[in-house]
Design a protein around this ligand. Structure first.
Ligand code: ATP
Ligand code: MG
Length: 426
């Protein structure tokens, strides 16, 4: 048939040859999150559209152009989540998690944005996100950044990424700065790119983010947010910097780092890489003390980040960490021994928990079974034929080195394998 159904543009399958790397990444991330005592929260993929419009901001790219919004059968406007923070705040508030207590939460899963698909940018992508609530001091800003730094170390990516840091100040600071910036940009309006001209009136801070060379030139002499900071925001930022210095985490201050979501204030940060072309931000976050209240809760300080797993996978495909082979032992079954092979496989799974054991199914000759054993990536092929079964023996053929094939009794084979498959730290 020629009219096969294909996937939606920008929504990618992760194929079996790619999943080991994803799992390796996810496992390490979980371990780091556990090491900081963060707890997982699982959230719906669909929320009311209003949550994102109010949470992320009406005049952001995400809400204006990127959301997958639809009416359900009841005519309620629903949206596939474009990010996790708004839903996490909604859930925490709904279930009383923010009442007189602090929270350190994380989640993972798919996010959806209608963007132009390209390397590192898809329409369904995946994030691990962290959100902390109830702590106003810069130690928690430092902690979430340290957590990410530790993750890069665990992933072997520390050399690939740079921490960029900025402060957006408090609401009043930003309001004063906004006036100064708008006044300045209006004077140079004709030198701005079209996008920036539009943003000038609607979301002027985002102009700072422009990649257009002409606009960037104008911005060189623009008023600086750093000169409009109030004492409190400045003290907070200095506090964070001192903590990062003490912890030995290098960073660069990027005064143009503003982030695309409206809820941020004070700290914003991005981990960027030069190894992925234009899509260089692998993790982005900051402080959003106003969001809980904006969504109907009590004022609650909060800091969080989201990291894009596709971009991390792209980086890891370049650094190629050594991954554990999913199959360690491949049991072949030659002749009429299928029952014995399956029983042997079960016995070995009892004796060797955590070891990947694949038992050949479906018959076939010696050559083709050995080929499959080799392709499985297994370290050992167990050869079970009618002669072996009669003698209560198994032949063990090492597949990854030149050592000799062994003839072992059924009773000793598990122990022999256990001694050679001592769990490698993966
Ligand atoms: P960008 O500037 O790359 O568009 P963003 O500011 O829209 O990023 P956030 O909303 O802060 O990004 O999301 C956090 C992270 O999620 C990004 O740093 C990136 O790693 C990842 N991400 C965002 N959008 C996409 C996408 N369309 N495809 C893949 N990953 C994405
Ligand atoms: Mg974006």
């Amino acid at each position: 048939m020629s009219n096969k159904i294909t996937s939606i543009r920008g929504m990618n399958d992760v194929l079996p040859e790619q999943t080991p790397l994803w799992q390796w990444l996810e496992k390490r991330a979980r371990a780091v999150l556990a090491a900081y005592g963060y707890q997982e929260i699982r959230l719906p993929i669909v929320e009311r559209t209003e949550l994102f419009a109010r949470g992320i901001g009406e005049v952001t790219d995400i809400v204006e152009k990127e959301m997958y919004t639809f009416a359900d059968r009841n005519d309620d406007s629903l949206t596939l989540r474009p990010e996790g923070t708004a839903g996490c705040v909604r859930a925490a508030e709904q279930h009383g998690l923010l009442y007189n207590q602090t929270q350190r939460l994380w989640y993972t899963g798919p996010m959806f944005r209608y963007e132009r698909p390209q390397a590192g940018r898809s329409r369904q992508f995946h994030q691990i996100g962290v959100e902390t609530f109830g702590i106003a001091t810069p130690d928690i800003d430092a902690e979430v950044i340290l957590l990410t730094a530790r993750l890069w170390k665990e992933l072997g990516l520390s050399d690939q990424v740079t921490l960029e840091l900025n402060t957006l100040g408090d609401n009043d600071d930003r309001a004063r700065y906004r006036e100064a910036l708008v006044a300045f940009l209006r004077e140079h309006r004709d030198r701005l790119d079209e996008d920036s001209q539009n943003r000038l009136e609607r979301n002027p801070l985002r102009v700072l983010d422009s990649k257009d060379p002409g606009t960037r030139e104008v911005l060189e002499t623009a008023p600086r947010l750093a000169d409009h900071l109030g004492d409190q925001a400045r003290a907070h930022f200095d506090g964070l910097r001192a903590l990062l210095d003490a912890a030995g985490v290098p960073y660069v201050i990027n005064p143009n780092l503003v982030r695309g979501l409206d809820y941020y204030g004070r700290t914003v940060f991005e981990w960027t890489t030069t190894a992925l072309g234009a899509q260089g931000t692998v993790c982005a976050g900051g402080r959003y003390d106003g969001l809980v209240q904006q969504l109907g809760g009590k004022p609650t300080p909060a800091v969080g980040f989201g990291m894009g797993l596709e971009r991390l996978v792209l980086l890891l495909e370049q650094t190629r960490p050594e991954l554990p082979a999913p199959v360690a032992i491949y049991i072949t079954a030659m002749g009429d021994v299928q029952t014995q092979a399956l029983v042997l496989a079960e016995k070995l799974r009892d004796a060797l928990p955590g070891v990947g054991i694949q038992c050949h199914c479906g018959g076939g000759g010696f050559k083709s079974q050995m080929k499959k054993a080799d392709r499985s990536g297994a370290r050992f092929a167990l050869i079970l034929g009618e002669d072996e079964v009669a003698a209560k023996q198994v032949a063990v053929k090492p597949l990854r080195d030149q050592s000799e094939q062994q003839q072992l009794s059924e009773d000793e084979v598990a122990q022999w394998l256990a001694a050679r498959l001592a769990p490698k730290s993966e």
